[in-house]
Design a protein around this ligand. Structure first.
Ligand code: CMC
Length: 374
């Protein structure tokens, strides 16, 4: 690590955690010691959630029981479905998700129970309900009826099913599963840190998760994937990418989906997502968005030495899968709820209030001036 910088807490170690390790120089990411590349190749998202919470992979019986438990908790309370119907359709789905999660907190069957068992139950309900919530929010925005969850589909496949009203192809279900695995956790990113700060006051899990959703929404964090797609649409064809990027950089604009606070080389998640983006594009016979992405990458890397992050190739991947771009950040949340809750549980298990200091740069002592003399 370089010298810590108070601006943006760069390289400041703000706590200990056993959940996630990032090597920003080598471009490695581990969840509980497992390389994310291995998890993306072999694991279901449900297995990864279990791993993040319990610190080890489940055996067959444990995984089966966990999957059944999640499936039994997917349905939303009727009050939340009613609330979703009352959210103005122009509301961004991340704002709707934040509001709905806050409301879920008021309906929590464990209300004031702050035991670790009750918090694990809350975490399980949240992971199970997030796909249903996001799909229902989108369906209602489109003037359609929400689709009830099914108990025979994986979390990834069920999410796409509830969104579209029809079962996804094995390829799309698989790609969504890998995307969820890749977004599940990332150490003290802004939203996870926000969740831990709230949990460290011993406030409830819903307050912590609501804060995390608010942080994820911003375009410098999870909101970048939606902005990437807007950029690709604005560029429109691969031959226009170079001029577009050069003009944007000359105007000191940020190119969304590039750069990272921790990775100084390629984000390992971007390597996998680049492959997925090509795969879904080839299967759909529509390489346009993949090719624009590649053209943008070539220029940004040459001009700025910046690499794509997790948000860059996820945009073209989801777009070719027919997913509207306002849902890209909510999909991030459908996955990251696993990491947020793992961190909140870890924070509660060994808590100390998070309360840093600021270096004061304001004026030094001033004399009081009565109102009439100012
Ligand atoms: N486009 C153009 N220039 C950039 C970019 C970019 N995407 N990212 C960094 N830079 C430049 C920046 O202008 C600055 O240049 P200079 O020193 O000449 O002023 C230099 O690189 C350092 O930037 P910084 O903002 O101090 O670096 P940071 O560590 O605070 O920023 C970042 C990290 C992710 C906020 C930033 O790279 C960025 O804004 N990227 C675009 C938004 C984005 O893709 N966010 C997703 C992040 S990864 C996944 C997630 O969290 O969701």
């Amino acid at each position: 690590m370089t010298q810590p910088n108070p601006a943006g807490l760069e390289d400041v170690v703000a706590g200990t955690s056993e959940i996630c390790f990032i090597d920003g120089k080598e471009g490695r990411l581990l969840y509980r010691g497992y390389d994310v590349r291995d998890l993306a190749e072999h694991a279901s998202f449900e297995e990864v959630v279990y791993l993040l919470w319990h610190g080890r992979l489940p055996n067959r019986a444990e995984l089966d029981a966990f999957v059944q438990q999640l499936r039994s908790l997917q349905a939303l309370p009727g009050q939340v479905l009613d609330l979703i119907q009352h959210i103005p359709p122009a509301t961004h789905p991340m704002a709707a998700l934040r509001t709905a999660v806050s409301y879920l907190g008021t309906l929590d069957p464990d209300q004031e129970d702050q035991s670790q068992e009750a918090n694990l139950r809350r975490a399980t309900r949240l992971v199970a309900q997030f796909p249903t919530l996001v799909a229902a929010i989108q369906r209602v925005r489109q003037g359609k009826e929400p689709v009830a969850p099914r108990r025979d589909l994986s979390l990834a496949a069920n999410f796409l099913y509830m969104l579209r009203g029809e079962e996804p192809s094995p390829l799309h279900a698989d790609v969504m599963n890998v995307a969820l695995v890749l977004h599940a956790d990332h150490e003290l990113n802004a939203s996870t840190f926000a969740a831990r700060v709230v949990a460290a006051t011993l406030s409830d899990m819903y307050s912590a998760i609501t804060a995390a959703i608010g942080a994820l929404k911003g375009p410098l964090h999870g909101g970048a994937n939606e902005q990437v797609m807007r950029t690709l649409l604005e560029i429109g064809s691969p031959d226009k990418a170079e001029a577009w990027v050069k003009e944007a950089l000359a105007a000191k604009r940020r190119i969304m989906g590039f750069g990272h606070r921790v990775y100084k080389t390629e984000d390992p998640r971007a390597t996998i997502l680049r492959r997925l983006s090509r795969k879904v594009a080839e299967a759909a016979g529509d390489l346009r968005w993949f090719e624009i992405s590649q053209a943008v990458e070539k220029v940004v890397t040459a001009e700025k030495g910046l690499y794509p992050n997790v948000d860059f190739y996820s945009a073209s991947t989801y777009y070719v899968m027919g997913i509207p771009f306002e849902l890209y950040t909510p999909i991030f949340a459908v996955s990251r709820i696993s990491g947020w809750t793992a961190h909140v549980l870890e924070q509660y298990a060994n808590n100390r209030l998070i309360r840093p200091r600021a270096e004061y740069t304001g004026p030094t002592r001033r004399e009081w001036v009565p109102l009439e003399q100012r």
